[in-house]
Design a protein around this ligand. Structure first.
Ligand code: FE
Length: 205
């Protein structure tokens, strides 16, 4: 009888100790694991942040070129500097998203940023706009890859966020650039001497 009581008490103590240990594990400070995100999806977003900030630096370089006194296209400079701010905002929004999802690496930002192809000057406004469109098409492709991968990984929140907050704006931006290229082409065909000047004034309006 006494032996039964002792072994019963021992069992109770063992159960309580196990529950306490489990509680203390659960009670640990919040970690990335609590958010149950797909680690590869998060890595893909982290990689993409570099592209968004890279695009921002590229647009800054394009704006600085257009602002050079030998180029003197203030409308184009305004457009490129505005685009640089938008790209920076995209990178920042993605960075905040990763943090919200519990991404905890401190080396989240790229070690260095350079304009695409390390290019700082362009042959003409058309040349710069065409490179900008190529860059945006690449970014669209990468965003689509992230959406496709994370759809398969069932990270619904990330997919919804990327489609709603980025893909729509991305496609509209791409369409605006294509429109600028066509407008400039039309003006240059009509008036090769004044086309660039008229186009720049239009952008600066
Ligand atoms: Fe962007």
């Amino acid at each position: 009888m006494e032996l039964k009581l002792i072994s019963g008490t021992f069992l109770l103590v063992l159960v309580l100790a196990t529950v306490a240990a489990a509680d203390s594990q659960l009670g640990n400070k919040a970690s990335a694991k609590d958010y149950a995100f797909n680690a590869t999806c998060m890595e893909k977003v982290q990689e993409h942040i570099q592209r968004e900030f890279g695009a921002a630096v590229t647009y800054l370089a394009m704006g600085a070129w257009a602002n050079h006194y030998t180029v003197q296209r203030p409308g184009l400079a305004k457009f490129f500097f505005g685009s640089a701010s938008e790209e920076r905002q995209h990178g920042l929004a993605m960075l905040n998203y990763l943090r919200m999802r519990g991404h905890n690496s401190l080396s989240i930002l790229p070690a260095e940023l350079k304009p695409i192809n390390e290019k700082y000057e362009w042959e003409s406004p058309m040349d710069a706009l065409r490179q900008a469109l190529t860059m945006e098409k690449d970014i669209t492709r990468f965003i689509k890859q992230i959406i496709n991968y994370c759809t398969d990984a069932e990270d619904d929140h990330l997919v919804d966020y990327f489609i709603t907050d980025f893909m729509d704006e991305q496609l509209r931006g791409q369409r605006a650039l294509a429109g600028h290229i066509n407008s400039l082409r039309g003006l240059l065909n009509k008036d090769p001497a004044m086309g660039n000047w008229i186009f720049d004034n239009k952008l600066n309006a």
